[in-house]
Each structure stands twice: as C-alpha cells, then as structure tokens.
Design a protein around this ligand. Sequence first.
Ligand SMILES: [Zn+2]
Ligand SMILES: [Zn+2]
Length: 347
Amino acid sequence: MLTVNAYAAPSATEPLVKTTIERRDLGPNDVLIEIAYSGICHSDIHTVRGDWGPQQYPLTVGHEIVGTVTEVGSDVTLHQVGDRVGVGCMVNSCRECENCLAGQQQYCLKGNTGTYASVDRDGTITQGGYSTHVVVVEDFVLRVPESIPFEKAAPLLCAGITTYSPLSHWNAGPGKRVAVVGLGGLGHMAVKIAHAMGAEVTVLSQTLSKKDDGLKLGADHYYATKDEATFRDLKNSFDLIINTVSAVIDLDAYLSLLALDGTMVNVGAPGQALPLHVFTLFGNRRSFAGSGIGSIGETQEMLDFCAEHGIAPETELISADYINEAYERVLNSDVRYRFVIDASTFA
Ligand SMILES: [Zn+2]
Ligand SMILES: [Zn+2]
C-alpha cells in the first residue's frame, strides 16, 4: 500500500479536509500516476453531499485527472514512466458484457467502476483525484498530447468527453445547426468542440450576461431563454440540441426548436423526472436522448481532436485549501468555466 496526501469529505455535511488515503500496490497491469492537476466537477459536489445517494466516508472525489506516470507494472505496454496521462470518470469495467466488448465501457451492463465512490474489484471504495497519486489499470489511462497546456487539460476528462461524445455520435459538423443549452463547465466545452467540428453553434442561456464570452468561445449566435421571443424565433431551427442544464426545464419548449429529424440530448442530470408531451416528438420526427460520458477510445479521440484544433478548457487554477470556497462558487455558477486544483498543494 502507498499512503498519499489527499483532500476528503469526512461526511455529507462537513467541509473537505486534508488527510491521507491508501493506494493499492501496483498490479502487473497498473500504472502509478503522480497527479499534476485535478478538475472540480459539479458531480464531485453532488456526490460528497449525498445528493445522489448515501456514501461511505471519508470520501475523496475528483474525476478530471492529469499527471505523469512514475511507475508501471510488469505487464504494462501502453504507458511508460514520464508519459503525460489522464484519468476520467471511470477506472475499470467488467470487460465481458456486450457493451464492453463493443468498446462502450461507459455503458458496461454491470456498471463501470467509477473513479470515486464506486466499489472496486477488490471490494474497496474507489477514491478520486483530489490527491497526489493514483493507481489505475493501464487501459483506462489516456495519453494527454503535449500541445494541450497541462494546467488546463484536466476538465477535458469529464466536461470535454461528456460533450464530445454526443456531438460526435450525432454528427455535429459543417451544415449542422447545433444549440448548446447552458454556458457552464460542460456548455463552454460543447461550444468550443462543436465550433471546431465545423457546426453552426447557438448558445441558449438564461440571460445575455455571458454573451461576449460565448461568442469568443466560438458561438455564432447567442439567445436569452428568459426572452419569450427566443422560442418563437428559433422554432424548427436546430439539428441537434445539447442540454447541459441539470435543472428542470420546459422540455416541450426546447424540443419545439428542433428541425426535421433533430435530436435533443441531455447531458445535464436533473434530480426530478421531466414531463414531456409525445405530440412534440411527432412534429418533425424529433428525438429526445441522453448520453453518459464517453468510451475510453472516444476519450482518446477527443484529446487528440482538442490537441489538433488547439482547444483547451477555460480554467481558474486554485490550491487545495480553496476547494470548499470553490464548491460554493460552483453552486452559485460563479466560475468561468472550471476550477482546476494544483495537485502539488495536496501535499
Ligand atoms: Zn464530472
Ligand atoms: Zn461490461
């Protein structure tokens, strides 16, 4: 066992504190990563606070991890000591089910092993990236291209892939009209990626307060959803809508913005059921879909795509002692657009 410095939540209601956690001894297929940067995802906050179900504490979260390989197991072939690597939302899957065999580990029928708060193969609870080191099986470790600034790369491992996957699957590209609902951590990545794919990008945000940012990030158009004229003017006008908002929205109103054969994909995860009139789907043969992170292969494809197109998240670098304050700011949507923790400050 390797004892490493980390930040952990002692309970659902207490602030995160500095502590140590154990990492398993390196197995033949494992790599040891010295973490350089760790992103703060809204899911981290939901999880530590028990919003998505009870947890075992103390709990270390974090699933946007980049770092350097410092040791490899005897059978490792995919990575070498010194490599720049990343770890996202999952660290293993069953490898046998229909979906795993199809290379879609995120949809493992037995449930993928989450990077934190998940039961690992050895029965322990996985602990995430708010720490100095992590041990991960080699084929769930991604290569981070040199041209992506390391201090900005971490959010690609969740926010990046969560938006890249549906944009890629539903063929965002030249001639496609893509709307992004919400300009937060996920939304700002969706705008950058959809723009780089060549799509015509529209941001639908509650107000116009981030309009200048949105246009700079690559949006062609920007509308306020608080303005009723928006839903009238944009009726039947999008091929794809990526909804990054986790709150309950008027689904029928948004679906009515889809053109013939258009699809609205939810990547935001509201806690309540969303009401929907099926008649809204009949018009224009519309689809309503969901999408969860992305496969390991697709995550590597996304990282290479971002390197090729010079895309990196907009980030605010913080030290570990600022995590609790950062959480409050995330909850108040007061971050442009992702916090990244300097992992040297976990020590
Ligand atoms: Zn996340
Ligand atoms: Zn599986």
